[in-house]
Write a protein that binds this ligand. Structure first.
Ligand code: R5P
Length: 299
């Protein structure tokens, strides 16, 4: 769709590299802002651009520490107050999205986050590999999810792994595994595990389905690594010799699983890092996905 004016991209400092790439594409220009603090740490935002009647995209994060989320909320609120026509929050990793189940007497972070973003002034969220479709129901605003399947397929060398079996570490991961399976040109149906959490403990049953000799485990989040570690162990017990791992969001908060113990592991760059990834992990850029999406919308 052609627009009279380009969208203005406001990016938080940790996403500067990604922002530079995005504003190289037609249809998006850089928007400047300052986020300062009062003496006690409260945020104060000033805009360096006139946004009245304009489309704005805010590139940032709601990942802990919560401070980044507060800064993002205040920036969005300021853009709205100044008359921005439409505000898209570009959150490459949508934190809290995995808290999407309604268990009695327990929080439901996804519903809370959706309310927070909408009430701050966000009209729409764009993210990579949304945790589940339940999040769309819990959010009062639309969520666009960009699939990393083609990135994973390219990273694993396309046809080289055509005889492999894609394995989902839990039932929720089956749709993303099916997307990757199609992109990889693999005909065998995906195998899967059943995962259950009991408080902080986790159990996994499976794998269900034929796994063969080469497996590609695909999940959205690598946090402590426990999910993938249990899956790798079970696959080895079933005789799988070669295991590849792909996780969209590499949080790496605690390494319960050593990435260099498998044949290959990839994550994407949705989580900005100050130091390099753990040994054995290759990082894939999501820029092609973002450019594809925003290019089609604004260019
Ligand atoms: C949960 O449903 C997610 O899809 C991931 O499987 C989970 O968050 C991974 O966490 P961890 O690496 O700590 O096992």
């Amino acid at each position: 769709m052609n627009r009279a004016a380009p969208a203005i991209l406001f990016a938080f400092p940790e996403f500067r590299r990604m922002a530079r790439e995005l504003v190289r594409s037609p249809g998006m220009v850089e928007g400047r802002f300052r986020a300062d603090r009062y003496g006690n740490g409260e945020w104060h935002v000033s805009l360096g651009a006139d946004v009245a009647g304009k489309e704005c995209v805010v590139l940032g994060t709601v990942t802990p520490p919560a401070d980044s989320m507060v800064a993002l909320g205040i920036l969005v609120h300021t853009l709205k107050k100044e008359g921005a026509r439409r505000i898209t929050a570009l959150l490459p990793y949508l934190a809290y999205a995995r808290a999407d189940k309604d268990h009695e007497r327990e929080s439901m972070g996804a519903a809370w986050l959706g309310g927070f973003l909408a009430s701050s002034g966000v009209d729409e969220v764009v993210t990579v590999d949304l945790h589940s479709d339940r999040d769309r129901v819990l959010f009062p605003i639309p969520i666009v999810s960009l699939s990393p399947a083609t990135l994973f397929a390219r990273a694993f060398g396309g046809r080289r792994l055509r005889d492999a079996v894609v394995v989902a570490p839990d039932r929720g991961a089956i749709p993303r595994c099916e997307a990757a399976r199609t992109a990889l040109g693999i005909l065998r149906p995906a195998a899967y595990f059943e995962k259950h959490r009991h408080g902080r403990r986790m159990t996994q049953c499976g794998p269900f389905g034929d796994v063969g000799e080469t497996a590609i485990l695909i999940d959205d989040i690598f946090d402590t690594g426990m999910t993938l570690s249990l899956a790798v162990r079970a696959l080895r017990k079933r005789g799988v010799r070669s295991i590849f791992v792909a996780a969209t969001h590499g949080l790496f908060t605690d390494l319960k699983f050593r990435p260099d113990s498998v044949a290959g592991m990839v994550v994407t760059d949705t989580i900005p890092r100050t130091k390099g990834p753990p040994k054995g992990v290759k990082v894939l850029s999501v820029i092609p996905l973002l450019k594809g999406h925003f290019g089609a919308r604004y260019a």
